[in-house]
Design a protein around this ligand. Sequence first.
Ligand code: GRG
Length: 315
Amino acid sequence: MQDDRQRVESALLEAVRTPDAYLTEIASHLITAGGKRLRPVMSIAAAQVGGSARVSEQVVQGGISCELVHLGSLYHDDVMDESTLRRGVETVNAKWGNLQAILAGDFLLARASEIAASLGTEVAGLLARTIGRLCEGQIEELQHTYDTNRTVESYLASIDGKTASLFSAAARIGGIVAGHDRDVIEALTSYGTSYGIVFQIVDDILDIVSTDDELGKPAGHDMEEGVYTLPVLLTMQAGGAAAEKLRTTLGEPLSAQTRTELLQLVRSGDGVERAVNVAKEYVAMAEATCALMPASSATTALRDAAGALLTTISN
Ligand code: GRG
């Protein structure tokens, strides 16, 4: 995997190189800043299901097409949220400005599309559809900002689009490019969806239960911004005094003091535990899809990766 990771890094930097040094610098900013590269790693693992051979250059290209979409979405997300820090460095919008961040984000999507097209019409169509799904998920979230009546269905639809669809595409592309059987490709696709749902639920739980230091931003940031995630929705759904307090206080921007107060309220109820239980259902689905794939060390790694996401929640 070390060798594969190096292949991913070189391919990413190569993909954003242009004759214009200024554009190249902006487009490579978050690549050199770091990141976990989960999406290309997922494509590579998906390709290795049922075998262990070194993956082809096309598989690496398929993986980085997903990472470039992820990067493009982060450039745009940071503009929308007016974020100043990402991957431990200044965001593109903070360093160069919103116009540069939007254009460079578009550029990353263009390069991703070009690579996907080189892998065939099925991959090209899938990547285009996935970019649409990310936008749909983000719009669903936007439509329910500060909505205390937001449903769990709305939350799940949003994270399915904004996060899970790209993990699903990464796994599917790995399977398609490696030439796996159709039933294995379908199993990989639904594995990626379940993994992505768990990933986002865990991320949203961490926003509630972690310390500011662990997060590198104030805990409860989502709630403060009007994005009511699963632990908050399930606390409100449970009824009682805590639910009543949340219902009457949320719905508008919060002061730092109120945020801390509400955070305490959510932490002391059972909303977090219930959210963990929902995540566990998706872990079980991810594991069940692995049973439909041929046995191999990559299959075991995928199986273990879904459950491992839950271990990052410490309380
Ligand atoms: C332009 C494609 C495009 C979409 C526009 C902005 C937007 C609509 C969608 C983005 C939605 C979004 C920010 C989803 C969350 C993505 C996510 C799970 C980020 C964290 O991923 P990690 O932890 O990050 O894999 P690293 O930095 O490790 O890569």
